[in-house]
Write a protein that binds this ligand. Structure first.
Ligand code: GLV
Ligand code: MN
Ligand code: MN
Length: 423
């Protein structure tokens, strides 16, 4: 019989984690580097201590947990084989759900605990990871991007959060050293493979009645902050024809989004998820509007076309309403195809547990897409009820979480004992 997770412990952990940052309306706000995010990190640290795991962190706030000594014996004294990593994130979007990120982060911890408890003889270590700021409070996939390529001082200095605050200020405010933000790159030689368990966040697995999604590829993501600058005026005395209202330009751009995405592909999506008017008063024509945009397509070339069309539409909107435009684009997150060998181990693990599995693409972004540039990487999806996510309505049945965690455990065990199958 194959090794399985301790589901009552995993469920208990997910339930207690979900109380951190819980809002009166039922959602969870645990945005990165906020007080609830710090509380979740402390909570995770306590779980590691309780299980006798070593916990390391790096300058940007990624966490790494391991059972000391496991998976190192075969390499001989003082030598350490490249490790199999698994994990996800503890941060949430504002008013998010209890499963996005948490399932993969805590299931990875549970797998490390089970392998240690059962003293499974491993040829390489298994390391549980929590990535910092996956949800992009400051930068989408911040922690894994730091591991993948590192950030320059200038990039870090320029990063601002959803609320317009600077990352370096947020880091200082919580007592961390901002200098550490640039010293986080991973050594690919220490990384054998990466596997992330996650909820699907879309409707396809549930609709197909399949237990497990074996992820084939992850979408390309672009982001931009657009600022339209007009002139603040009195709402009662300024004739409609004499205004330079930046909110009208923002409204024109938002209305253009469906036409732009449809002209690029039927898979392209674009969203304005945050829009702030300044100074912000019902009797003031706004002087400035700041809007945050997120746009995606599975294809990198089509994402670049989206970029071009969005900037052109924003410029037209600014000209039509006699306002200035400031457009700051984020670096693209590249799309990735996941490793066929890791996919085949996931597929076989699901089959070995008697679970159905289907190949499926991801429309959500994940740290796995950065990890895929460092090591062979795979992702396991479990169904999301009604495909809902980034909302308090997010839900995955405990039985599905148990299935996903057991597939993860079998996959990690295989990778850490037999290794990757031949290509
Ligand atoms: C991550 O949750 C994303 O934005 O896709
Ligand atoms: Mn996530
Ligand atoms: Mn998310």
């Amino acid at each position: 019989m194959s090794l399985t997770v301790n589901m009552s412990r995993l469920r208990g952990d997910l339930e207690s984690l979900s109380s951190i940052g819980r809002l009166a309306g039922g959602g969870i706000t645990r945005t990165s580097f906020s007080a609830p995010d710090l509380a979740a990190r402390e909570w995770y640290q306590a779980r590691c201590a309780e299980a006798g795991l070593t916990l390391q962190t790096d300058g940007i706030g990624n966490l790494f947990a391991e059972a000391p000594g496991t998976g190192t014996a075969a390499a001989g004294p003082g030598r350490r084989p490249a490790a199999v990593w698994s994990g996800s994130h503890l941060d949430t979007v504002p008013d998010g759900g209890a499963f996005d990120g948490a399932v993969g982060a805590i299931a990875a911890l549970e797998c490390v605990r089970r392998l240690a408890e059962e003293r499974v003889e491993l040829a390489r270590p298994v390391r549980a990871v929590v990535f910092a700021d996956e949800e992009g409070n400051y930068n989408h996939l911040l922690g894994s991007t730091a591991l993948e390529r590192g950030f320059s001082r200038a990039e870090i200095e320029a990063m601002t959060g959803r609320d317009g605050d600077r990352l370096v200020d947020a880091i200082s405010a919580i007592g961390w050293d901002p200098a550490g933000l640039t010293s986080t790159q991973a050594d690919p030689a220490q990384l054998y493979a990466f596997v992330e368990l996650h909820i699907e966040q879309g409707p396809n697995l549930e609709a197909s009645g399949t237990n497990i999604g074996v992820v084939t590829s992850i979408v390309a993501i672009g982001g931009a902050t657009a600022e339209f600058r007009g002139r603040a005026d009195h709402a009662g005395t300024t004739p409609m024809t004499r205004r330079r209202d930046p909110l009208r330009a923002a409204a024109q751009l938002i209305s253009a989004l469906p036409g732009i995405t449809a002209s690029v592909s039927d898979t392209a999506v674009a969203t304005c998820g945050k829009l702030v008017t300044f100074p912000g008063g019902s009797n003031v024509v706004p002087g400035l509007v700041r809007m945050l945009l997120d746009y995606r397509d599975p294809d990198a070339g089509r994402l670049s076309r989206l970029d071009e069309q969005l900037v052109a539409a924003a410029r037209r909107a600014a000209a039509d309403h006699d306002v200035a435009l400031d457009w700051a684009a984020e670096a693209h997150v590249a799309p990735v195809a996941l490793d066929p060998r890791v996919r085949s181990v996931i597929d076989a693990s699901a089959g070995g547990l008697g679970l159905s599995a289907v190949a499926i693409p991801s429309g959500a972004g994940h740290d796995a897409q950065n990890m895929a540039t460092l090591a062979p990487t795979g992702m396991i999806f479990v169904p999301s009820r009604d495909g809902r996510s980034h909302s308090p309505a997010e839900h995955t049945d405990w039985a599905d979480i148990e299935n996903g965690a057991n597939v993860l455990l079998a996959t990690l065990t295989e990778l850490a004992t037999s290794g990757l199958p031949p290509a």
